[in-house]
Design a protein around this ligand. Structure first.
Ligand SMILES: [Zn+2]
Length: 398
């Protein structure tokens, strides 16, 4: 292929991608609006929309409001055109979702597991979740574009290799390669906070934001950084590890090997560890009546106790709130985002986080406070799995 032919092919692909994105973003759009917004000629837009119709990717959705003259047909994505599978790997369970072509979740299920799993057991869990979801949802396998896997660790999004999942003690595993062997479908791998950020950018509260941060707090705490309209990944693809910022110099040992990291003090496991230690020391709490075996204590138990006014539960969330406030203030002061969205397990105890807001208020620079809106994600606790599915849709080229 000559350089010119190669260039022309690239431009055509870009034009098609641009139009598909505009149809997705606007939900419903006419041909003349597409001409206006892309700057392409009417025949080019017409050729591309015909091609999309032929492939079943879009459908005519109605007639645009008449502004005089001929009434224009509008287009929207065909939700059933293609699907993606989003997997969410987390400590204790694997979530699976099927997204339609517009990014809506049409099926979801959760697979809990006990104890620590090695790499081959993890592959087995993921394979089982995908096969279950495809079978139970009734969608055609041929329409599945691929699998996105969200993992709570350091990944290389280009190679699909996982450098580290601290709580699983997994290092340098070729997740994409092995899962593709097993499932015979394309696989993309993404960090869980980046996945949540992508979901917010496509479908959530950050659709109109170019600079925002999405914090996912679960066993670990990470941030997806959208800067200048792009997911910022850093030089080695592992930016946003805010859970490993030191917030207490002589704090507890973290899974990463350091001491006093944010997630070792404010992650979900850290919350449970603290409560268990307090109970063992004889601290009075309703939890002693609510839970038979302290070792099986869950975050939901602690949230339930807090809702009943239990002082230990309220204290642990106050303590967590101070550390979260410190950690989030640091990242906002450094990056100056328009918005910071909070997601993950933190959503379960958001009602008890006054201390987080107070700490943010005292630690943020005045200008940052005015610029940055701090909000809770409306997408629920499964946004990482949804974002993993979005990644597959995002990488689809027509
Ligand atoms: Zn750490």
């Amino acid at each position: 292929m000559t350089a010119q032919a190669g260039n022309s092919k690239f431009v055509k692909t870009m034009n098609r991608q641009n139009i598909l994105n505009l149809i997705r973003l606007s939900e419903e759009i006419s041909r003349s609006e597409l001409v206006q917004q892309t700057g392409l000629t009417a025949p080019t837009v017409s050729d591309i929309t015909k091609r999309f119709m032929h492939k079943g990717l879009i459908v005519e959705s109605g007639i645009a409001k008449s502004t005089g003259g001929r009434r224009a047909v509008t287009f929207r994505l065909n939700p059933e055109a293609r699907y993606s599978v989003g997997l969410d790997v987390e400590n204790g369970h694997v979530g699976v979702q099927i997204l339609d072509f517009t990014g809506e979740t049409v099926f979801q299920a959760d697979f809990p597991y006990q104890g620590e799993v090695d790499f081959s057991e993890l592959l087995g869990l993921l394979e089982n979740a995908v096969l279950h979801a495809i079978r139970e949802s009734g969608i055609e396998r041929e329409k599945v574009l691929g699998i996105g896997v969200s993992v709570p660790g350091l990944v290389n999004m280009d190679t699909g290799e996982v450098h580290l999942i601290p709580h699983f003690h997994l290092r340098n595993v070729p997740l994409k390669e092995k899962l593709e062997d097993v499932l015979q479908l394309p696989v993309s791998v993404i960090n869980d906070a980046n996945a949540a950020a992508l979901a917010e950018k496509w479908l959530g509260q950050a659709r109109d934001n170019e600079n925002f941060i999405c914090v996912v707090g679960r066993t670990g705490i990470g941030a997806g950084l959208f800067l200048g309209g792009e997911l910022y990944q850093g030089s080695a693809g592992v930016a946003g590890e805010i859970g490993h910022q030191t917030v207490e110099i002589d704090g507890p040992l973290c899974d990463c090997g350091n001491y006093g990291c944010l997630e070792s003090l404010a992650g979900s496991q850290a919350i449970l560890k603290y409560v268990k230690a307090q109970l063992k020391q004889g601290r009075k709490s309703m939890l002693t009546e609510l839970v038979e075996d302290f070792e099986a204590l869950t975050l939901d138990n602690v949230c339930h106790a807090a809702s009943l006014g239990d002082q230990l539960a309220l204290d642990v969330f106050n303590r967590t709130g101070v550390y979260l406030g410190l950690g989030l203030a640091n990242i906002i002061n450094i990056l100056n985002p328009e918005k910071l969205l909070i997601s993950g397990d933190i959503l379960k105890y958001r009602d008890y986080l006054d201390r987080m807001h107070e700490t943010l208020d005292s630690k943020l620079l005045g200008v940052q406070k005015r610029c940055c809106q701090v909000a809770y994600s409306e997408m629920g606790v499964n946004s990482s799995g949804r974002g993993a599915g979005v990644l597959v849709l995002d990488r689809f080229r027509v």
